[in-house]
Write a protein of this length. Sequence first.
Length: 239
Amino acid sequence: MKRLTWIPAAWILPLLLLSGCGRTASSGTAHDHADHAGEEGGDDGDTRSVSFREGRGLHLSPEVIGALGLVTAEAEERPLAAELNLTAHVFAVAPRVLASARVPSRQADLLAGARFEGATLVRVDHSPVPATHLADLVFELDSVAPRKIGDFATLALAAEPVSVLAVPRTAVLDSATGTFVYVVNGDAFLRIAVEAGRRSSDFIEITDGLYAGDVVVATPVDQLWLSELRLTKGGGHSH
């Protein structure tokens, strides 16, 4: 009797990329990303499992899609209440208790005017941005308990649900070069840049880059990203 060896799903794409790449994928999308997509090519006799074509994206065979447990979801309007906890550092206690929290500059702009439980956002300080791409949120803390300089306070965002275009949180790829999702593009999966807004524990608002009805990969986004890097940067096949 042959002995069966179990291979974790996370290894499947790297292993397949060592042996070649393919052309087929599944699903469709409600919106055609024409300004991202190029013409499809390839010959009908290509039976490889994973491939990448500039402007079209990653092509995965049905076997690879099944092995990865790839799941898609629609970008759709839904009520979303942003959920955020910040750790603020107390730097003044008289005449007011003031604390600051450093966040990415884009996030700071979104939080301007937001309400926090137990604190009031006094100002947004952009002076660190040129050097760090971070901004300081300065809060006045409620004087419920005595505070001293150097203390830390956890501040929770208090926000009402707002109807926004959103995708599952797992669909969004935050990288050093930007924020992306993989959208179903015909028979391929194309990585496109998006702008993200409010974030809850399960969903993220998309303020630019997607339309309602677009179909995105909900999981496993990291595996698609690693495969694209392998094919385009690591000397693999790129068609």
